[in-house]
Design a protein around this ligand. Sequence first.
Ligand SMILES: *[C@@H]1O[C@H](CO)[C@@H](O)[C@H](O)[C@H]1NC(C)=O
Length: 445
Amino acid sequence: MHWLATTLSATLVVFGSAYAEPESKVVARQTTPLPFPASCSGVTARTNYKLSVADGWKYTLIASGLSTPRSVLFDTEGHLLVLQAGLGLTAHSIGADGCISSSKTLIENKQLNHGLALSPDGKTVYVSASPTAWSYTYDPVALTATNQKVVVKGMNPGGHSSRTLAVPPNNPNLLIVSLGSNDNIDMLSAQKETGRAIVKVFDLSKTPSGGWTYNSQGWYLGYGLRNEIAIVFDGNNMVWGIENSGDQLTRAVTGSRSIDVHIDNPAEELNYLGDPSQSNEQWYGYPTCWTVGDPGAIADRTFQIGQQFMVTPNATFNDETCAQKSVPPRLSMRAHSAPIDGKFDRDYRNLYVSLHGSWNRQPATGYKVIQIPFTQLASGAYDPVAPADSPFTKGYSDILWTQNEGGCASNTCLRPTGITWHPDGSRMYIASDGSVGELYILYKA
Ligand SMILES: *[C@@H]1O[C@H](CO)[C@@H](O)[C@H](O)[C@H]1NC(C)=O
């Protein structure tokens, strides 16, 4: 509510002169509740997959034909910013009908592939390519991004290519940058100094000329994190990471025998990474300790969901060593779901997570948006409602999903990526990068 009152007066002053056309619609949106369009003119589904929503929820396709949209967020003037891989950064005005009324390319750079963040004052935008993260001075009224500077460089390990960027809402000086492993099982990344399978933090108030060097500078927000694509802030500005865990795992049992455990192991992980202003040098297990998703498949011993297991235990390092040394996830998600982004609702009662969808599971899984209920503990900390050993079916529920989930393949189903809430809290914007780049709104109406 405060947001509406304060930004409305600011926008009215600015809009009269510089940027009259689309902004008159923005003002209209802020004075009357934004409607939920049943469809948007000129936007037709180019795919034939069928979606379902949970009771009480609805969705509308509001854009298609985008170039691999990966990250979305709102600027301080109500424009939706979309990082489109292979194209750059675009800004979209939302019209009085709730559809997109105009679009503009802010940064043209084919190298950009995932990361997008905005400073808390909305005046600096950060974007990433695989080796580099840049800052730009952003003018959300003129819709310009200028004064490009390298803020982080040297992210060249190969393998996972997304570099998720995030600035804490309460600390404009910190930039969080996630960098995954260079392989499914990247043994060298057990040493955090390799600069892989980690999340790092850099002080933007002291960025050296030419930018920070990723593996030798900054501080840690955990290591042994295989590919922490989603970086999320809770209501205390503490960081949660959501991890894409390994594929094709087997478990060595007696002698030289191994069993295939990969269908529901290892679980994808919701990890508590904590306060980004403090270095967190805890090890979260990768590439040695994995999270049990289906204890029944690891038949040589008794596990609970959420515990850590080894692929090949040996005399000096076994499952017990994992239990002592590795921080387990706070909640497990179904193996191979491929979480990409997560956002809390405004009162931090639910975390919404996009699951991009599997390639290494038969039947397929993911291709959906889930809701993880959260609660605030007596300590004031935010925490999932479900205990850490919850089965996948108990810790979270599906909100928007593809009807034939089990038969999905990358180009035949919804491929959710970036999620953001409209500043008025009325709806989520969900990007889908599949074969046709799409944007959906998801809302209760
Ligand atoms: C036992 O496993 C640990 C963890 O993977 C590894 O570092 C160590 O080299 C292994 N030891 C032997 C003898 O294979």
